[in-house]
Design a binder for this molecule. Sequence first.
Ligand code: PLP
Length: 407
Amino acid sequence: MDVIEVRKQFPILDQNVNGKPLVYLDSAATSQKPLKVIEALDDYYRRYNSNVHRGVHTLGTLATDGYEGAREKVRSFVNAKSTEEIIFTRGTTTAINLVASSYGRSTVTEGDEIVITPMEHHSNIIPWQQVAKVTGATLKYLPLQADGSISLDDVENTITDKTKIVAVMQVSNVLGVINPVKEIAAIAHKHGAIMVVDGAQSAPHMKIDVQDIDCDFFAFSGHKMGGPTGIGVLYGKKALLNQMEPIEFGGEMIDFVGLQESTWKELPWKFEGGTPIIAGAIGLGAAIDFLEEVGLDAIANHEHDLAQYAVERMSEIEGMTIYGPKERAGLVTFNIDDVHPHDVATVLDAEGIAVRAGHHCAQPLMKWLEVSATARASFYLYNTKDEIDVLVNGLIKTKEYFGDVFR
Ligand code: PLP
């Protein structure tokens, strides 16, 4: 992968911020967008903006082809069996909420268990808390090992015949842990439970094969993988989606509407009430084309190298704590002794470096780490080792600055 060529596809990267060349290290929050995506959105709005599935006019047909064509790209991207299994949502959060509100609330009953982990993003905690509250089920947490990873022995010991749903992130947005979701799914199935995978931090960075993982649901967001905001995906096994009720009712998702009763369209449209996210889906399709042209394996290798290099260089700084296991996805979460992470992010911002500070929507994990907040540098296919050097220099500056203040 030629990172210099890749960078040319991201116009936003070519600018100064606070007088310094932008170093964008916040892709886990949202990624930058390649020209291909920007142009696809522009093309849709300039040339064939129209509603889908309704009219027979030419623009309507073009828009429908674009929207449904994007669904096929997503199907192939995650290796689902059929486009019926690909539901467009607003993002990971909406996708998980759909599973929780529809499947969860209708299937789980009092005394059942839902199993998640303490490293989950709030989007994969709160929907399950709500299901547990409404149904009287118990929300159980898999224990974490000292480095934040999950042991399969613990999975075996935690999931029981009472477990109905297991919901785990494939890659942690804080620790960079890569969870063995395929093995966890097998254990869940042994006990008759279903497996929900939060793929928000994995789908943008590695090859996904939902049939190989054998998960029942897989959720991800377009904006973290070069696509626009406002579009996401819920993959679900057809048999489960067929037995689920929609949670949003109105136009687009109906087959027949009577005065008292109505019927729903078939999959996947019964879950897509209202005018869908047409431009978003088309933009996501373009993002998938882009990622596949570069190659998901090449992207994963590049980010792996960046993360290893970042850990190595950042470990040279005294007072640096890096969270998470040695083998990690492309992000590094850290704290510097005696400096609040918000101050770290503020000093780095003055250097043109964008990192995130806070609880990263993972307050239970912050509690487990015994910190209130951390800073995080997250990488994508357009980042370089030179940028990590700039980050390290910025961190040294941060230390010096606050060292002076405290003296
Ligand atoms: N899950 C994980 C692991 C995430 O990192 C995020 C976003 O940061 C989400 C879920 C929520 O994604 P969205 O805000 O796009 O719905």
